[in-house]
Write a protein that binds this ligand. Structure first.
Ligand code: ADP
Length: 491
């Protein structure tokens, strides 16, 4: 009966193995049975035949080390014990019959089959996974190289505002050594002492980075930081959220440009404007005042004919110089955005009538004609600034056209705006000058009179554009010019 039991046991074991073979034939992974005693391969599936390039008989004559490509691929006795009891998972490299190799992940577990202890190994070809990993490494290295070569500082943050990646420029700019870059948002900001351009600390909630983590995109904000007591840095910074496919915020990216030099230049420029407007104008005021005193004195003494003329010329010259300096200073201030507009509803008819009244004496007034349509809505404008623009156009029209010829100022309503045009019958402007007339210091070659700086039309453009309007010119040489601009109308 012992023999009978042995036979039936062996039969059952055979059957079990049979089932196992059937299953393993269809597996995509390589399945090997390795006899513990001599490391010989006792079974291999179809996937193994395909992968290693041996026939099944050949495989069954191999020992497991014949498949290993690495000297180091051998299991240590400890690993063997581990494999036999709990099973182990490891990566190694296997070799095909033709000598070529491929990376594998091996999952081995001990078992007893037919009274014999074997190691059952499932071997997975991980060539693709390794390639994907290598590709990922390559992309990350490329990303790091790209970030490193960006001249501006760039930092990638996680959703809590911790630093994930930063380039060399960022390390330099913020002075982030090893420990600081690992510090949390609050600690980093405290050590940088982030302030706004007005010198006030920026509340954490309003920091561009924090706004970006809330989903906002911030472009061109300005901040001042103090990475160390002796170093103050002005920054132009932008921050934007990084989103996943569903639109969730994965983190943020911030870019930072050191604009300290630019800021210093701007301060110098402001000093310069202040110097011109105060220090240069003050002596002119003295010249004008004293000239007027002399004029009065001469008038009461009844001096000879030449002196009063000289005094009048000095006075005119001083006034002229005063207004040139004003043009220079105002255009610089407007460029720097330092002259905010004071908007008010403006009746263009009354406003233009007043401007033309101030344009000159009776002879001049006789040349000026104003046409404004009935019922034109009020315009929205800074009337002091707008007067400057209109006056520049009107004095040019008078200056650059023959005496006695008409200069007309017309207003029409178009697309919710007023279009104001000033037309003269002067010599006109050569076509090649037209595109440049509104540029700073530009003077056309038609008329070069000594008085101008070429700033009048430039200032007019700055004023009109500050109002959200447009200014342009049409001119036919020999027939005259029309300068037009738009002003917004009150809704
Ligand atoms: P300025 O009059 O001080 O030279 P502007 O900026 O006012 O400077 O004008 C720039 C140039 O455009 C002038 O030098 C002149 O050549 C030309 N210009 C301006 N207005 C007229 C006009 N109405 N007719 C002909 N040329 C003009």
């Amino acid at each position: 009966s012992t023999i009978a039991r042995d036979v039936s046991e062996r039969k059952r074991a055979e059957e079990g193995l049979q089932k196992y073979r059937l299953l393993s034939e269809h597996a995509r992974d390589i399945i090997l049975f390795v006899r513990s005693r001599d490391q010989r391969i006792t079974a291999a599936n179809e996937a193994a035949v395909r992968a290693y390039g041996y026939s099944r008989e050949e495989i069954l004559s191999l020992r497991v080390e014949d498949l290993r490509a690495l000297e180091t691929g051998h299991l240590t006795p400890l690993q063997m014990r581990e494999a036999a009891t709990r099973g182990i998972l490891f990566e190694t490299v296997h070799r095909r019959k033709d000598g070529s190799t491929f990376p594998v992940e091996v999952s081995s577990r001990g078992a007893t089959i037919g009274g014999e202890s074997v190691l059952l190994s499932i071997v997975r070809d991980i060539t693709e996974r390794k390639q994907a990993e290598a590709e990922r490494e390559r992309l990350l290295a490329e990303l790091d190289a790209t970030l490193a070569s960006i001249a501006d500082a760039l930092i990638v943050y996680d959703p809590q505002g911790n630093i994930l990646r930063l380039n060399a420029a960022a390390e330099r700019l913020f002075g982030y050594g090893g420990s600081q870059r690992k510090a949390g948002l609050g600690e980093r900001m405290a050590s940088l002492q982030v302030r706004g351009p007005d010198g006030r600390p920026i509340p954490v909630d309003e920091l561009p980075l924090v706004r970006a983590l809330r989903g906002e995109t911030v472009v061109g904000a300005v901040a001042v930081i103090q990475p160390s007591p002796e170093r103050t840095v002005w920054l132009s910074l932008s921050a934007a959220p990084i989103r996943d496919h569903q639109g969730g915020v994965l983190g943020a990216v911030g870019t930072y440009t050191d604009i300290t030099d630019l800021h210093n230049l701007q301060e110098q420029r402001e000093d310069f404007i202040r110097t011109i407007s105060h220090d240069l104008r003050q002596p002119l005021t003295v010249i004008q005042g004293q000239t007027q005193i002399l004029q009065h004195a001469l008038a009461s003494e009844g001096g000879d004919g030449r002196n009063p003329q000289s005094l009048a010329a000095i006075l005119a010259g001083a006034k002229r110089m005063g207004s040139l300096i004003k043009d220079l200073v105002d255009s610089m201030r407007m460029e720097a955005g330092q002259l905010p507009l004071h908007w008010q509803p403006t009746d263009l008819h009354a406003f233009l009538g007043d401007v033309l009244d101030r344009a000159g004496g009776p002879d001049t007034k006789a040349r000026l004609h104003l046409t404004v349509p009935e019922g034109l809505p009020l315009a929205l404008a800074d009337s002091e600034r707008l007067e400057r623009a209109v006056m520049n156009l009107v004095t040019n029209a008078l200056k650059y056209s023959p005496e006695g010829t008409p200069v007309s100022v017309k207003v029409v309503q178009r697309d919710g705006q007023a279009v104001v045009s000033v037309s003269d019958q002067g010599s006109g402007i050569p076509p090649e000058d037209l595109p440049h007339l509104f540029e700073r210091y530009y003077r056309a070659r038609n008329e070069r009179r000594a008085e101008g700086l070429g700033l009048g039309l430039y200032i007019a453009r700055l004023i009109i554009e500050a109002h959200g309007g447009r200014i342009w010119v049409e001119s036919t040489p020999g027939q005259g010019s029309t300068f037009s601009f738009t002003v917004p109308l009150a809704k």
